[in-house]
Ligand binder design. Sequence first.
Ligand SMILES: CC(C)(COP(=O)(O)OP(=O)(O)OC[C@H]1O[C@@H](n2cnc3c(N)ncnc32)[C@H](O)[C@@H]1OP(=O)(O)O)[C@@H](O)C(=O)NCCC(=O)NCCS
Length: 376
Amino acid sequence: MSNSLTISQASSTKDILSLLSMLNSVYRPTAAPHQGMALEFPHLFAQGNAKNLYYAAIDGQVVSMIGVYPQVLAIEGIELPVASIGCVATLPSFEKRGIATKILNQVFDDLTKQDFPLALISGERGLYRRLDAVPVGSMYEVTFTADDLRPVIHDLKGIAASDVEEIGAPQRSQWASALAPIYWRQPNRFRRTVQHMATLLESLWFARSGYDQRLFVLSDCNQVTGYVVAYRSLHSSSPVTITEWGGNSLTVLASLPQILDAFGSNAILVNFHSQDQVLAFLITSHGVKMATTPLQGTVRVLSLKSLLARTHPLIEERYGRRGLYLSQDQTQMWTGVNPLGDAISLSQADIPGYLFNVPPHGLGLPFPWTHDLNYI
Ligand SMILES: CC(C)(COP(=O)(O)OP(=O)(O)OC[C@H]1O[C@@H](n2cnc3c(N)ncnc32)[C@H](O)[C@@H]1OP(=O)(O)O)[C@@H](O)C(=O)NCCC(=O)NCCS
């Protein structure tokens, strides 16, 4: 590798545009710098977030980048700051020289110094796994055909129903003030302002060419009760995929036939929370298969001290005022006693899985979905 490789953080609009030019060449080859990824991820590429855009240059040429966007998770009322990591790319002629690894190590060091508990990485590849990122949590994933839905919806008659209205492009962001409060009522989510939500309703797959993403608002007696954001690839026969929904899960389920109709499609993929037992029973009682999958991407511990301090109240609440107490031994393992009184020994990398995976593999603390509109 050339000795002139430097790792820097962006500062100016000019820096951001040159990163976008490289990034688009990898992910959106036909897009100009101010289009493509800039429109899909506007918060990440905002001038105020410039210092969180890390890049490697060789002889002044940008060859690789990693985007970081600080966010805050709200898990049953506690706040957990996280660094979302995405838009990871290296120019093809510079791949496999350890450049992305080098930037990522720098990112992790800087974020650990800033006391961030966790990084949320939008990817699962070896690059991240080698640096101790692990999958966490679980959710139900169901792909319904129109035929699957018919008997399920029949059972919901009189229990959950709503009017479903599709909101087109010019009005979409104006719905943020009505929809954000529905999002805020989810027990596990990102902190999101109305302004964030307005921007998100114009970005991601809404802004991605080749994808048709739409917003549906659910209401009952003119009262907004929920919403669904779903997309379809225009170039494949993949099912319609729900990116995010808010409101009651049974009401959302009842709206799916109309959403399928709107897309003119025959299959729709949706995720439900793994603690949603009523819904799980309803679906499986009709013979529809539900997979249990980890949340999208991987997570990596940054500041363990901060992670354990922030999650302590949640553990105490769930385990009758008993917490998780760990200290590091000579072999670098974290050993101690779990809230049930059992001795445990974990590597640092395994701790997020232990906190957020369901028993008996973990303590079953809830974790927000990482594939929703806050995805980067
Ligand atoms: C993914 C990408 C960013 C990697 O960039 P890179 O600079 O080539 O990354 P590195 O050289 O540090 O690592 C490349 C691979 O070698 C592996 N590697 C690096 N150093 C290693 C070492 N010392 N020993 C063993 N493996 C090593 C990494 O784990 C990584 O494995 P992976 O391909 O399974 O993820 C680049 O290939 C790319 O831009 N791809 C297209 C866009 C993309 O897919 N981005 C990621 C989205 S999640």
